[in-house]
Design a protein around this ligand. Structure first.
Ligand code: HSE
Length: 430
C-alpha cells in the first residue's frame, strides 16, 4: 500500500499534538486509514530541536512543503496571510490540505473550496471548529438529510474556561485568562478569544455549512466576554441563569442571523452545564430534531484528533466535499433579531423609580419576566457628594432588538438613572 505522504507547516501546540498522536498510535492510524500515514516534511519558522519529527525533513522554509513528495499539506501555522498563501499554493500544486485555521476558512472558504474542487484535491478543516468535536462531519454528512434551523453553542474554549473560573472559583478575568494561555487553549493573540473573533470565525463556518450562504464574516455580530463582571454573574445566578459566551446562527423566514455574544442561559439547561474548556454545539433540524454535541473545544490532543481524522479520510479516498456556497448571503441586521434581555440599571433609590422603568418597558410592549433589587449602595459623585442608588435588574420576555434599543434609550434618559445600563441577551433552548 502506498503511504499517504504528509507535510506539516508549524510546530506549535496543535502540530506537537499531531506528532504525539502519530508517535503514540501509528498502528491504529494505519488500520483506520488502510495505509500508512508517513510524515515526510515539517516546516516551521521556529525550529524545535526537542520535537520528534519521526525522521521527516525539517526546514524553516514553508515552500519546501510544496514538493511532489508531499500528498497532503497540514497547515498549522495559524494567522491569516501566510497561512492562506500556503494553502492556495498547495492546492495549486495539486496537494490536498488539512487545516485547523478557522480564520482562513471563514474568510476565504468559498475560494479555497472552489480551488480544491477544480484541482480534484481534498480540503479538510474539521479541527477548525470546536477542537475535538466532529461537528463539521456531523453537520455535512451525519445531518445532511435534515434541514437545519438553528446552530447554537459554546465554541470558544478559552472564553468558557474564563467564565467558568469566574463563576465557580471567583477568579479574576486576568488570572483565568493567564491559566487558559498556560494550558494551550488561547490563540497566539488571546484578544481573538476574549473579543469573540475566534468564535465568530467558527460560527461563520457553521452557518455557511448549515445554511448554504457562502463563507464570510459580513453580517456576523461579534461581542466578547470582556464586559462580563462578577456582579452580573451573581445577579444572573440569583435569577436562575448562568452566563455563557454563545455563537448562534438561525434561519427564519426573514433571513439568517449570526451572532456571538455573552448570553444568559437557564442554569439547569444543557448549555449551562458545559464547563471549563469544553465546547457544546446544539443543532436543531427538521427531521433529526435537536442534536447536542459536547467535547473538548481546544488543546493539543482534541484538536490533533480532528486534524488526523481528516488525514485518514483523505487516505481512504473519501471526498471531503461541502455543499456551502450555493445560496444567497442574506444576513439579518441585529435590529431585526429577537431575543429576551437582562438589564442592570443603576438607579437612584427613590420611590417610584422601578415603576417608571416598568412603565417605559410596558409602553414598548416589553414584558418583564423577573426582577432583582438588591441592597442600597452608595455612589460618590464627581464633586465628592454622596447619593444612594440601587441596581435594578430585570429579565424581559423576547423582543425585537430595535424595540429594546429604543426602550433602553428612554430608561437611560430618566434623571433617576445614574450610570450606564448594562444589557445582555437571554436565550432559552428547549
Ligand atoms: N483558542 C481556541 C479556543 C482554540 O479557545 O477555543 C480552539 O479553536
Amino acid at each position: 500500500m502506498q503511504p499517504l505522504r504528509i507535510g506539516i507547516a508549524g510546530l506549535g501546540t496543535v502540530a506537537r499534538g499531531v506528532l504525539g498522536l502519530f508517535a503514540a498510535s501509528a498502528g491504529h492510524l494505519e488500520r483506520q486509514a488502510g495505509r500508512p500515514l508517513k510524515l515526510v516534511r515539517v516546516a516551521s519558522r521556529t525550529p524545535r530541536p526537542e520535537a520528534d519529527l519521526a525522521g521527516a525533513e525539517f526546514s524553516t522554509d514553508l515552500g519546501t512543503l510544496l514538493h511532489d513528495d508531499v500528498d497532503v499539506v497540514v497547515e498549522l501555522i495559524g494567522g491569516e496571510d501566510r497561512a492562506a498563501r500556503l494553502v492556495r499554493d498547495a492546492i495549486s500544486c495539486g496537494q490536498s490540505v488539512v487545516t485547523a485555521n478557522k480564520a482562513i476558512i471563514a474568510r476565504f472558504g468559498d475560494e479555497l473550496l472552489a480551488g480544491a474542487a477544480k484541482q480534484g484535491v481534498g480540503l479538510g478543516f474539521e479541527a477548525a471548529v470546536a477542537g475535538g468535536i466532529p461537528i463539521i462531519g456531523s453537520l455535512t454528512r451525519g445531518l445532511a438529510a435534515s434541514r437545519v434551523r438553528t446552530v447554537a453553542g459554546i465554541i470558544n474554549g478559552t472564553s468558557n474556561y474564563i467564565l467558568t473560573a469566574m463563576a465557580e472559583q471567583g477568579s479574576t478575568f486576568a488570572d483565568a485568562l493567564a491559566a487558559a494561555q498556560s494550558l494551550g487553549y488561547a490563540e497566539a493573540d488571546p484578544t481573538f478569544d476574549v473579543e469573540g473573533i475566534d468564535a465568530a470565525h467558527k460560527l461563520s463556518i457553521l452557518a455557511a455549512l448549515a445554511f448554504d450562504v457562502g463563507f464570510g464574516m459580513d453580517g456576523v455580530f461579534t461581542e466578547g466576554i470582556a464586559g462580563v463582571t462578577a456582579e452580573d454573574i451573581g445577579y444572573a445566578a440569583e435569577l436562575g441563569y448562568g452566563i455563557k459566551h454563545l455563537g448562534i446562527a438561525r434561519r427564519s423566514d426573514n433571513g439568517i442571523e449570526a451572532r456571538v455574544h455573552p448570553t444568559l442561559v437557564p442554569e439547569h439547561g444543557m448549555l449551562a452545564q458545559v464547563r471549563g474548556v469544553m465546547n457544546a454545539v446544539l443543532i436543531e433540524s427538521d427531521a433529526a430534531g435537536a442534536s447536542l454535541f459536547h467535547g473538548a473545544g481546544a488543546g493539543a490532543g482534541p484538536t490533533a484528533s480532528s486534524v488526523v481524522s481528516d488525514l485518514i479520510a483523505i487516505a481512504r479516498g473519501e471526498a471531503l466535499k461541502y455543499r456551502a456556497g450555493g445560496g444567497e448571503r442574506q444576513m439579518l441586521p441585529m435590529s431585526a433579531v429577537q431575543s429576551a434581555f437582562y438589564l442592570r440599571i443603576p438607579a437612584r433609590d427613590a420611590p417610584g423609580v422601578f415603576g417608571k422603568v416598568a412603565n417605559i418597558l410596558g409602553a414598548n410592549d416589553i414584558s418583564i419576566e423577573g426582577a432583582v433589587q438588591r441592597e442600597r449602595a452608595i455612589r460618590i459623585n464627581g464633586d465628592g457628594s454622596r447619593s444612594s442608588w440601587v441596581p435594578i435588574v430585570i429579565l424581559t420576555d423576547s423582543v425585537r432588538e430595535a424595540v429594546m434599543d429604543a426602550a433602553i434609550a428612554a430608561v437611560q434618559a430618566m434623571p433617576e438613572v445614574v450610570g450606564n445600563i448594562k444589557c445582555m441577551r437571554v436565550e432559552h433552548f428547549d
